[in-house]
Design a protein around this ligand. Sequence first.
Ligand code: UDX
Ligand code: ADP
Length: 456
Amino acid sequence: MKLNICCIGAGYVGGPTMAMIAHKVPSAKVTVVDINAERIAAWKSDKLPVFEPGLQEIVEGCRDKNLFFSTDVDAGIQEAEVIFVSVNTPTKTYGMGAGKAADLRYVELCARRIAEVANGTKIVVEKSTLPVRTAASIQRILHQNPKGHQFQVLSNPEFLAEGTAIQDLENPDRVLIGGNEDEGGRAAVETLASLYAEWVPREKIITTNLWSSELSKLTANAFLAQRISSINSISALCEATGANVDEVAHAIGKDSRIGPKFLKSSVGFGGSCFQKDILNLVYLCQHFGLPEVAEYWEQVVRMNDLQKRRFSERIVKTLFNTVSGKRLAIFGYAFKKDTNDIRESAAIYICRDLLEEKAQLAIYDPQVEPAAIYESLGLTSEEERSRIEICPSPYDAAKKAHAIAILTEWDIFKTLDYEKILSSMARPAALFDGRNILSLTELRKIGFEAHGIGKA
Ligand code: UDX
Ligand code: ADP
């Protein structure tokens, strides 16, 4: 299918999604634009700004053939028939709705730019997660364009999960496209549906009105996060009663009405979506006069905050109520395995708590850049930075440490030589498995004081 596509925003969503479109539809020309020149340069290099298994190969296969990266946003807009908007929509930190509502200034800026420079009819696709009825604002801005061009706005939320983005894009459970319920809207929906139909079976392509599509994205993430908070709430009870949360999860997951996925108890969910989308949902409910509905969903985030706090408190309590001056090894900093993304990672909160308690942290993560770790902990000066050590291996991090906290479930942590690690540590040596990836029985056998989530 011959189509000129532009994507504004070369981030975790825009980059991999466009790479997959270019890979699957060789006749389409795909250009990813971003105002961040450093990011664009990285997409053109052999060290992509996003670590995602399988992504490098796909990008290298299409780059400069039908996949292009550029900082020339205006040219990208002008050349394209379909423009994906995939810019960041962080939680607002100021003014009305601070802490909950989405900050839509980047989306609005894009809409204004498209309206200003467009040279013909375009389909504008919302890819970023947006609050319901954002399409109406985008439409209003686009329709004010000076040359009287027509635009169709579609909602096409992304459901990929980081770390498995390539698999998710290649074989999605579904593709969702929302559009206006008129002739122009239906034609635009069909254009986008045909693009996906190049590799996704038609029956997996769901079309709805704009508002259902926007709300489905928020709802999907709220339901997924709710499952994690539900099992995490039970983990607290397990620790108190002697039940084992993994056994409980396994037992309830066998009920086909519940199902086994997203029941893994952990130190808390992170990532750029869950918390932000739920808070967005909460804000929407409040806005539409539904305070009880808002409270219901807000509790999912509160439970997640509690889970992180409980974990750092358990570390401090176990280490004789003080970690001041003690070296603590942190295994993993990313919000989940197979990504270099640390947005809302539980590790940030745990490390902040421990630094507050004056611990010395020795951090190892196989993919996260040291600069990102320093920034996330607000350590700017040399002196502040000396409170943490970023280590080249987990073995280095554990040397002389009083405890290890596993905060990301990276596969390599499952196969380390824990006897060797123990022999290099201070005694007594504790291990807090925040992801339940190791056997506590085995660890205790070799001499660790071992703790998991939801386990006595
Ligand atoms: C999520 C949604 O899954 C995806 O559909 C949406 O498009 C974006 O948000 P992502 O944030 O990339 O994707 O990762 P996900 O696999 O959902 O994990 C989110 C967090 O929940 C991670 O911190 C993960 O470790 C945690 N998690 C996940 C658990 O603690 N337990 C689980 O059972 C599953
Ligand atoms: P996501 O996880 O949603 O992909 P990211 O923060 O990784 O979010 O990526 C969003 C990208 O959008 C960033 O690289 C940012 O520079 C880019 N961006 C934001 N506003 C604009 C804009 N007006 N024009 C072009 N790119 C933009």
